[in-house]
Design a binder for this molecule. Structure first.
Ligand SMILES: Nc1ncnc2c1ncn2[C@@H]1O[C@H](COP(=O)(O)OP(=O)(O)O)[C@@H](O)[C@H]1O
Ligand SMILES: [Mg+2]
Length: 399
């Protein structure tokens, strides 16, 4: 398996390589506690306020900054024990970087900029040309090879930066606020393009941003960074539903939860499912005890058959029918677990019954009710601490 592991990777601000120096007066550690692993083929986002240590962390990952303490592993190789030449080699062959301000050579053409890394690697001219053309094609810049960067818009310049990284054909891309300088619309386009490219190329990407919406759109997983420490690592769903502390809670307050949370995160679990062989009277009994107007019927393997309503069960019981098989309503609203919560509003508003969330071969995973949907969409008032009820302010009686 491939991974970076940094343990207390620390920015070296003074000479000496001892963790004890971090405690010295006048020394600021930019990154002090950051342990995580990046899986092959994922987009791993590092997210935090300006000054939280994101860039320092990224530069430690590719050896541009030495760590005072801790390790950085690429596969099993420890970057912190490599010679300068080995690190250079690693940077050229295995990791490319995309910068916020594009970092293009102004007097070189688009093609020359894209080829630059290959030239440093000693790739011959005709191969360079071919690979640059391929990379420019990937980012939609075919035909712009001979222009100068200044003749391109900001979005296009960043495509050149991306093409340069892609041309190097490294398995790892490190992107430091790569889209932060772009206008919102262009930025969204670039995010879409990155996701498309990633679906095709399957790179391992460490993407830095201070924008949580961007983090949630792009990241398979997100590391939340605060004052040099990683305070939480998780998927967007995990971070939205269980923020580790108030810092994370504050961030997620601004997120459009309906566009991030899925049916899987918004569902409740139907504690009462029945099988088709249940008697109508038995179904009625379960409904009344559970206070439910509808039950979900599943087969022996947990696959959704449909719903049984109270009215239908009552009528069947009155007629002396032996089981609910014949009264199962099969046209049930059902969605996959990955459906965005925002797409459930209409169904939840217009139907009196919960929406079934189904997995492979119609296995019933849970149900989305109006209540569970609203609960998921309301941001947590506090960090994920155990609710004691004591946080609720007392209602004052004097009006
Ligand atoms: N060369 C430097 N010398 C001293 N302090 C630095 C230097 N570079 C960064 N810092 C400090 O380290 C902290 C983290 O910086 P940085 O990694 O650039 O954060 P971010 O990328 O999250 O904005 C900040 O407090 C910053 O002021
Ligand atoms: Mg930065």
């Amino acid at each position: 398996m491939f991974g970076h592991r940094t343990q207390e990777a620390v920015r070296r601000l003074e000479n000496g390589a001892d963790r004890a120096e971090l405690e010295l007066p006048g020394v600021t550690a930019a990154v002090i506690d950051a342990t995580f692993e990046v899986e092959r083929g994922e987009i791993f986002v590092v997210m935090g306020l300006s000054g939280s240590g994101k860039s320092t962390l990224l530069r430690t990952l590719n050896g541009l900054l030495p760590a005072t303490a801790g390790r950085v592993l690429v596969d099993e190789a420890d970057l912190t024990t490599m010679t300068a030449a080995q690190i250079r080699e690693l940077r050229q062959r295995r990791m490319s970087m995309v910068f916020q301000h594009f970092a293009l050579f102004p007097h070189r053409t688009v093609a020359e900029n894209v080829e630059y890394g290959l030239r440093v690697q000693g790739v011959d001219r005709s191969h360079r040309r071919t690979r640059a053309a391929e990379a420019l094609h990937l980012v939609g810049l075919t035909g712009w090879e001979d222009r100068l960067p200044a003749q391109l818009s900001g979005g296009m310049q960043q495509r050149v930066g991306l093409a340069r990284a892609l041309a190097a054909d490294t398995e790892v891309l490190l992107m430091d606020e790569a889209f932060s300088a772009l206008d919102p619309l262009i930025r969204k386009e670039m995010q879409d393009q990155l996701l498309l490219l990633q679906a095709r190329l399957g790179k391992t990407i460490v993407f830095i941003t201070h924008d949580l919406n961007e983090a949630m759109r792009l990241g398979d997983r997100i590391a939340m960074m605060r004052d040099g420490r990683i305070v939480q690592v998780g998927t967007a769903q995990q971070i939205l539903t269980a923020p580790a502390d108030d810092y994370v809670s504050n961030f997620i307050r601004d997120v459009d939860r309906a566009r991030v949370l899925t049916a899987g995160a918004a569902m409740a679990y139907p504690h009462t499912t029945i099988t088709p062989s249940v008697e109508p009277a038995g179904a009625l009994d379960i409904m009344r005890r559970g206070g439910e107007a509808v039950l979900f019927a599943v087969d022996g393997a947990g696959r959704l058959e449909g719903t049984v309503t109270e009215a239908a069960a009552q009528a069947a019981a009155d007629q002396g029918v032996t089981d609910v098989r014949g009264i199962i309503e099969r046209s049930v609203q059902q969605v996959g677990a990955a459906t965005l919560a925002g797409e459930l509003f209409e169904a939840a508003a217009t139907s009196d019954f919960p929406i079934a969330v189904v997995g492979e071969s119609r296995k019933l995973l849970g149900v989305v009710t109006r209540e569970s949907l609203l609960r998921a969409l309301a941001p947590p008032p506090q960090a994920a601490t155990e609710s004691t009820g004591r946080d609720i302010p007392e209602v004052s009686a004097n009006a």
